[in-house]
Design a binder for this molecule. Structure first.
Ligand code: HEC
Length: 109
């Protein structure tokens, strides 16, 4: 199900690109929108406000740190089966987009 939604987003972006609007690099606004869209799969666990029991908050991070951590999960450098699984399905642009989106939510405690 998640795969299908990501695919829709990518198809959308590809369509825009074909239209000559956003052949990469995507603008911050476009990344934010993609991030907001993809974040639906994260916020069930990672709350946008406050702290869920056992789940670290991921809002308000600098983009580079966020992408670094997600890449570490994806490449298995950081060990956590669940997050490795989540990260393995994300492409570079997905991670950037999620970083931009979550970076703008709330403030880190
Ligand atoms: C089923 C619950 C669940 C889902 C869904 C989930 N996460 Fe996580 N996430 C966790 C848990 C639990 C941890 C703590 C893992 C650890 O200890 O390394 C974590 C850790 C993280 C961290 C590192 C936090 C830190 O303080 O080091 C980031 C970044 C992150 N998740 C991003 C995401 C993103 C982005 C998504 C959506 C694409 C997502 N997560 C989806 C449960 C989830």
């Amino acid at each position: 199900m998640r795969y299908r939604r990501t695919k829709t987003a990518m198809t959308l972006l590809a369509g825009l690109c074909a239209g000559g609007f956003l052949c990469a690099p995507a603008s911050a606004d476009e990344l934010y929108e993609l991030g907001e869209y993809l974040a639906g799969d994260c916020t069930a666990c990672h709350q946008l406000e406050g702290r869920a029991p056992g789940i670290p908050p991921i809002t308000g991070w600098p983009v580079e740190s966020f992408v670094m951590v997600m890449t570490a999960y994806k490449e298995g450098e950081r060990d956590h089966a669940l997050m490795q699984n989540v990260a393995s399905r994300l492409g570079d642009e997905d991670m950037q987009a999620l970083a931009v989106y979550f970076g703008k939510q709330g403030q880190q405690e």
